[in-house]
Design a protein around this ligand. Structure first.
Ligand code: 5GP
Ligand code: ZN
Length: 115
């Protein structure tokens, strides 16, 4: 399958990894919008929320707990950070392999926007 995040998960395409478990991988976004901009993905290919099955529950739970751990490791826990899933074309999803953005390290003052 021609999926860029599957290739990152398998190591075919290099990435700057910050966290890895059996099910989950986190790596730095190639085009950061804040001092800390990390993507967390399930290694399994799930295109987005619409593609989720009940069997994927553990992966999704792990995604959230990984975010908490990564935030702690990057000193974001106290300051706060954003967790964003762009789901589908109208939300600006560019890569159709489910991923959650962790965005932090700058004050967020605006209304809700995509990035
Ligand atoms: P989306 O709009 O789909 O939620 O966000 C996709 C994100 O993936 C973008 O922020 C983009 O910068 C990032 N991205 C796209 N291709 C690559 C890549 O090859 N490596 C990394 N590290 N990030 C990527
Ligand atoms: Zn994929």
């Amino acid at each position: 399958m021609d999926c860029i995040f599957c290739k990152i998960a398998s190591g075919q395409i290099p990435s700057e990894k910050v966290y890895e478990s059996q099910k989950i991988l986190a790596f730095k976004d190639i085009n950061p919008v804040a001092p800390e901009h990390i993507l967390i993905i399930p290694k399994k290919h799930i295109s987005n929320i619409e593609d989720l099955a009940v069997d994927d529950s553990e992966d999704i739970a792990e995604l959230i707990f990984a975010a908490k751990e990564i935030a702690r490791e990057h000193a974001l826990s106290d300051k706060g950070y954003r967790l964003i899933i762009n789901n589908g074309r109208a939300a600006g999803q560019e890569v159709f392999h489910l991923h959650m953005h962790i965005i932090g390290g700058k004050e967020y003052l605006g209304p809700m926007i995509a990035k």
